[in-house]
Write a protein that binds this ligand. Structure first.
Ligand code: GDG
Length: 482
C-alpha cells in the first residue's frame, strides 16, 4: 500500500483558471496568488512531503472543466478534485450563507446580515458534499488544510470519519466578538464552532480574533480553554495566530520590472498632479470606500492650497454585484465621486479618478510604485494584503502608507500612519501629514515595515502553520497515550 504522506488543500476556489481554445483544447492557468506559490514552494523543498509529489486540491467547480470520464484535473504541480455543486445550491450556499450571513456578521455588520434558514441548510449541504468527496479520498497519514469561512463545518465532518487525521483550518476573515457572534441563531453558533474545532489547529490572523473565537467556544460549547488551547473530550485543539503575508521578493522585483516601468511612465504622463494618492479594493462595505471619500472631501475642504496639486486614484474591483447591498453601494460611491469632482474639480483637474474594474498585475505594480500615498482604510479587514504589497514594492523606500487600525495588517505595519477610518478629521490630518512628510522619515518608516514582511513572508507563514500542525498532532498522540 502506498502510504506516502499527502498534502490535501481544501478551499472554495481551485488554483487554476480553466479556459478552452477554439479547438476545444483545455488550458489550465495556475493562479499566481501568494497561497498557491507558498504551498508549492513547501512541496518543492520536499521537507514535509515526498519530493515530486503533487498536491491535492479540492475546490468548488462547475462540471465543464472536466472532460469525459474525468474526475480530476492536473498540471505539473496540482491534482485538482473539482467539487461539483449545482447552481441553485451554490447560490444559496455561497452568495447566500457565505456572503450574506457569515461575511457581514464577521465584519460587524449585523444589520446587513441575512438570517435565512434555507441558506444555512445549503451551507450544511455544500460542506457535506465537500466532506463526502474528501472522506472517500483521505487515508491515514494525510494532512488536510482547510481554508476559510466557506468551509467552517468541514473540519468536524472530516473528523467524525477520520478520528486520527491531521486537520488544519485557517480563517482568513475576522472572527467577531461573542456579542456579535451570538446574534446568529444558537443552532448555527453551535454547529459552526463544533465544525471548526474538528481541526487540530485553528488559525487566525491576529491574537484578538483567536481570543474572540476561544471566548465563543467557551460560552457556546462550554469547553475549558486556555490562552491557546481548547480541551475537548479526548482531544486538544490548538488555536493560534498566523498573520498571513505575501511573496515579498516577487513584489520587491516589481519596481524594476520592465513591464511595470513602462506602465508607470504611461500612468505618470496621464496623472499630472504633484502628488498621487491611490487605493485598490474589491467593492465591499467593509472596505470603507464611502468614509474614505468623505475624508478626502473634508481634506479638500480644509486645505484649499492643495487643490489642483493632488489626485486620489481609486480603483474599485467589481465584486458580488448580484447581492443588492453591493449594487446599492456602487451607486452611492459613484454619486460621491461625482459630487466631489463637481464641487472641487476644474477644467484641468479631477480630484478623484475612479475606475470600476480590475487591473493587470503590471498596472497594479505601476500604481503601487508611483504613488506618494497609499490610502487603505477598511472599516474591518481580516488582514489586507494590498497594504503589505504596497510596502514590499517600494525598493526606492519612498511613499507613505495610511492604514486603518481596523485592518489586521495594522498590527505589523508599524511604520504606517494609523487612522480610524470613520473619523474624517483624522483622515484629513493623516493625508496632510503624508503629503508633507520628508523623505528621510518616509525611508525610515518604509524600512521598518519592509524589515517585518521580508522576514515574515508567505513562505514563512505556510511553514509556521504546517510546523505547528505537526507539533499539535504529536502532542495529541501523547495525550491519547496517557
Ligand atoms: C481575504 C480577507 C485577507 C486586488 N485588486 C486587484 C488585485 N488585487 C489583489 C491584491 C491582493 C488581493 O487581490 C486582495 O487582498 P486581500 O487581503 O483583500 O485578500 P482577499 O483574498 O480578497 O481577502 C483579507 C486575505 O483574505 C488573506 O488572508 O487579507 O482580509 O478578506 O493580493 O493584489 N490584483 C490584480 N488586479 C487588481 O485589480 N492583479
Amino acid at each position: 500500500m502506498n502510504d506516502e504522506k499527502r498534502l490535501i488543500i481544501v478551499a472554495y476556489r481551485i488554483p487554476f483558471k480553466v479556459t478552452f481554445k477554439e479547438s476545444g483544447e483545455r488550458v489550465l492557468q495556475q493562479n499566481s496568488g501568494g497561497l498557491v506559490s507558498a504551498i508549492l514552494s513547501l512541496a518543492e523543498k520536499g521537507d514535509v512531503f515526498g519530493k515530486n509529489q503533487k498536491i491535492h486540491w479540492f475546490g468548488y467547480s462547475t462540471p465543464d472543466i472536466l472532460q469525459e470520464g474525468e474526475t480530476q484535473v492536473e498540471n505539473e504541480n496540482f491534482i485538482v478534485h473539482p467539487v461539483l455543486i449545482e447552481d441553485a445550491l451554490n447560490d444559496a450556499y455561497y452568495e447566500g450563507f457565505c456572503n450574506s450571513t457569515i461575511w457581514p456578521i464577521s465584519h460587524y455588520y449585523p444589520y446587513l446580515t441575512s438570517f435565512n434558514e434555507e441558506d444555512y441548510e445549503a451551507y450544511v449541504k455544500a460542506n457535506k458534499i465537500f466532506a463526502d468527496q474528501i472522506n472517500a479520498f483521505i487515508r491515514p497519514g494525510d494532512m488536510v488544510w482547510i481554508q476559510d469561512y466557506q468551509l467552517m463545518l468541514l473540519p468536524g465532518m472530516l473528523r467524525s470519519e477520520n478520528p486520527d487525521a491531521s486537520i488544519g483550518y485557517f480563517h482568513h476573515i475576522p472572527f467577531a466578538t461573542f456579542e456579535i457572534f451570538r446574534l446568529l441563531p444558537k443552532q448555527w453558533q453551535t454547529e459552526l464552532l463544533k465544525g471548526m474545532i474538528g481541526a487540530d489547529l485553528v488559525g487566525f490572523h491576529t491574537n484578538d480574533y483567536s481570543q474572540y473565537f476561544l471566548r465563543s467556544v467557551q460560552r457556546v460549547l462550554g469547553y475549558d480553554t486556555t490562552a491557546r488551547d481548547i480541551s475537548i473530550p479526548n482531544r486538544i485543539v490548538r488555536v493560534d495566530t498566523f498573520p498571513i503575508s505575501i511573496d515579498y521578493n516577487k513584489f520587491q522585483e516589481l519596481y524594476n520590472d520592465p513591464g511595470v516601468i513602462e506602465k508607470r511612465k504611461e500612468f505618470l504622463k496621464d496623472l499630472s498632479a504633484e502628488k498621487n494618492i491611490f487605493s485598490v479594493d474589491r467593492l465591499d462595505y467593509s472596505k470603507g470606500l464611502i468614509h474614505r471619500l468623505n475624508g478626502f472631501e473634508y481634506f479638500l475642504d480644509q486645505y484649499p492650497q492643495w487643490h489642483t496639486r493632488v489626485v486620489l486614484t481609486m480603483i474599485v474591483v467589481p465584486s458580488r454585484e448580484t447581492i443588492l447591498k453591493y449594487a446599492e453601494m456602487k451607486h452611492e460611491l459613484e454619486e460621491a465621486v461625482g459630487r466631489i469632482n463637481g464641487k472641487y474639480g476644474t477644467l484641468g483637474w479631477r480630484p478623484v479618478i475612479y475606475l470600476y474594474r480590475s487591473l493587470s498585475f503590471e498596472e497594479l505594480g505601476a500604481l503601487y510604485t508611483l504613488a506618494d500615498v497609499a490610502l487603505i482604510t477598511p472599516i474591518r479587514d481580516g488582514m489586507n494584503l494590498v497594504a503589505k504589497e504596497f510596502v514590499a514594492t517600494r525598493t526606492d523606500k519612498k511613499g507613505v502608507l495610511i492604514l486603518s487600525e481596523m485592518a489586521g495588517a495594522s498590527l505589523e505595519l508599524n511604520g504606517a500612519i494609523l487612522i480610524n477610518p470613520t473619523d474624517k478629521r483624522t483622515l484629513a490630518a493623516a493625508i496632510i501629514q503624508a503629503l508633507t512628510m520628508d523623505e528621510q522619515e518616509q525611508t525610515q518608516r518604509m524600512q521598518m515595515m519592509q524589515d517585518r514582511i521580508r522576514v515574515y513572508d508567505i513562505f514563512k507563514w505556510t511553514e509556521d502553520y504546517m510546523d505547528q500542525l505537526d507539533i499539535i498532532k504529536l502532542k495529541q498522540m501523547e495525550f491519547e497515550e496517557k
